[in-house]
Design a protein around this ligand. Structure first.
Ligand code: HEC
Ligand code: HEC
Ligand code: HEC
Ligand code: HEC
Ligand code: HEC
Length: 320
């Protein structure tokens, strides 16, 4: 009896993972997309997180400190690297169709924006080119020491980011055949009901919000095979699944990065003291001695250093 029961149970679990077995999620049918945003300003306004600030002050303050709040500017290493990808990649690849900045389309930038700015899909190719031109102008102003201009352009670049509505709406529902497609009037969290905000009068459940898979959508498994030219940047989610979870690890990204760290929406890594402390157990044992090597070289001082390192993070570090 047991022999038959166990595989059957395993099967149900696998089925549930695929189907995300949830009846409370309130996605709905796929909606007609909004007309494409035609400028950076329009795309930024559509995803503007400051709309949520007055009522979710803490989440907003925390999020503002995170790299998600400047996901194409980065530390600020990301924006210049996007330009490098264009110059050393797209413009040199024989079949990319990019010889000049004016040839750049949304699809080309998706090799980076798939994760750094997924909502770029909702914009026209003009926006892709405006982003590239803005990054170039910002780099030039920084080089020339025009600080005011550089700061202004930096703000424009950072106005495009992984804001509240990316995680709580457009990427919140993962198994859409079961949970439905995110609806434009709804914020997705852990409760359902009415939501006190003008543009988003409803609140519904995103079954995977507290699960690692939410973050896995961007934190990478390896080459992005769905793209015409698979790119690879973050690969940490595969390490989480196939190393940490496969060896019995049971915490989610949210548990380590949002809860235990006490950082909430300010998800951080090695730039933060708390995360550094959580990263590694290091023990060093050292002893010194004298060793008689041979007649010619005589007695030599010798050091034996035994270093052991244990990675406590839920994945390989560093990533990328
Ligand atoms: C006028 C006030 C107001 C504004 C503006 C507002 N919210 Fe809310 N929101 C609330 C209240 C009140 C709740 C329910 C209580 C709670 O969880 O804080 C809530 C709940 C939520 C939840 C569900 C939390 C859970 O535990 O499930 C999410 C997600 C959320 N809001 C996201 C947003 C986002 C994103 C924005 C900006 C687009 C926003 N809210 C704007 C007042 C507001
Ligand atoms: C829409 C895509 C996306 C989602 C969803 C997402 N991230 Fe990120 N995350 C990014 C990108 C892109 C960066 C890096 C931005 C940069 O610096 O260029 C980042 C940066 C980070 C960092 C900082 C890394 C560093 O080097 O300091 C941490 C930590 C992090 N994310 C954790 C999470 C966790 C935990 C979740 C899920 C709750 C999550 N992320 C969900 C795309 C995403
Ligand atoms: C699979 C999703 C994904 C794709 C595609 C992707 N990135 Fe990333 N990238 C991330 C995430 C997540 C991080 C931060 C966490 C990490 O390093 O693990 C990151 C980090 C970075 C960093 C370091 C961040 C910093 O602020 O210092 C740079 C630079 C970067 N990406 C540039 C690019 C460029 C350029 C492209 C396109 C050629 C690209 N990425 C494509 C997800 C992605
Ligand atoms: C990178 C993804 C991501 C972004 C961006 C993000 N959230 Fe969240 N948020 C989460 C996750 C994951 C949880 C649930 C954490 C848990 O309890 O497991 C959450 C929880 C919440 C909750 C429930 C209560 C709480 O504070 O934990 C509210 C309200 C909320 N977010 C509002 C916001 C607002 C407002 C913004 C923008 C300023 C925002 N979130 C940006 C991922 C995100
Ligand atoms: C068991 C706790 C734990 C779990 C689970 C965990 N992390 Fe981490 N993570 C850490 C610690 C600690 C660090 C800091 C180490 C460092 O950055 O050197 C870190 C670092 C990172 C970094 C920076 C990587 C780099 O370049 O060094 C990113 C991005 C990140 N985590 C995202 C995630 C995501 C996404 C998940 C879920 C798929 C996740 N983490 C699961 C503890 C955890």
């Amino acid at each position: 009896m047991k022999k038959i029961f166990v595989p059957a149970l395993a099967c149900v679990t696998a089925y549930c993972t695929m189907m995300a077995c949830n009846v409370n999620a309130q996605g709905g049918p796929k909606q007609e997309p909004l007309p494409k945003a035609t400028t950076i300003a329009e795309l930024a306004a559509r995803y503007d997180s400051s709309k949520c600030m007055e009522c979710h002050e803490e989440a907003h303050e925390e999020w503002e400190e995170s790299l998600h709040a400047r996901s194409i500017l980065g530390t600020p290493r990301t924006a210049p690297t996007i330009i490098t990808a264009i110059e050393k990649g797209l413009k040199k690849f024989p079949y990319s169709g990019v010889k000049d900045d004016s040839d750049i389309t949304v699809e080309h930038l998706m090799i980076c924006m798939k994760c750094h700015l997924p909502q770029l899909r909702e914009a026209t190719d003009d926006v892709a080119r405006e982003i590239v031109a803005t990054i170039r102008a910002w780099m030039k102003a920084s080089r020339e020491g025009d600080e005011d201009k550089a700061e202004e352009l930096e703000e424009t670049i950072a106005s495009l980011n992984i804001g509240c509505m990316v995680c709580h709406n457009s990427m919140a529902l993962i198994h859409k055949y079961v949970d439905g497609y995110p609806q434009r009037d709804t914020v997705y969290g852990t409760t359902e009901g009415e939501h006190d905000a003008e543009d988003f009068p409803k609140m519904a459940v995103a079954p995977a919000l507290g699960e690692a898979i939410l973050c896995g959508q961007c934190h990478g498994q390896g080459p992005n095979f769905e793209l015409d030219h698979p790119s690879q940047c973050a690969t940490l989610y595969s390490s989480y699944l196939f190393s940490y979870v496969a060896h019995g690890g049971s915490k989610t990204c949210q548990e380590c990065h949002m809860k235990e760290s006490g950082l909430g929406h300010n998800m951080q890594a090695y730039r933060d003291e708390t995360m550094i402390e959580k990263a590694l157990d290091i023990s060093v044992e050292a002893r010194s001695l004298f060793w008689r090597k041979n007649k010619k070289e005589g007695v030599l001082p010798l050091g034996v250093i035994d270093v052991s390192m244990y990675n406590k993070a839920g994945h390989a570090i560093p990533d990328g």
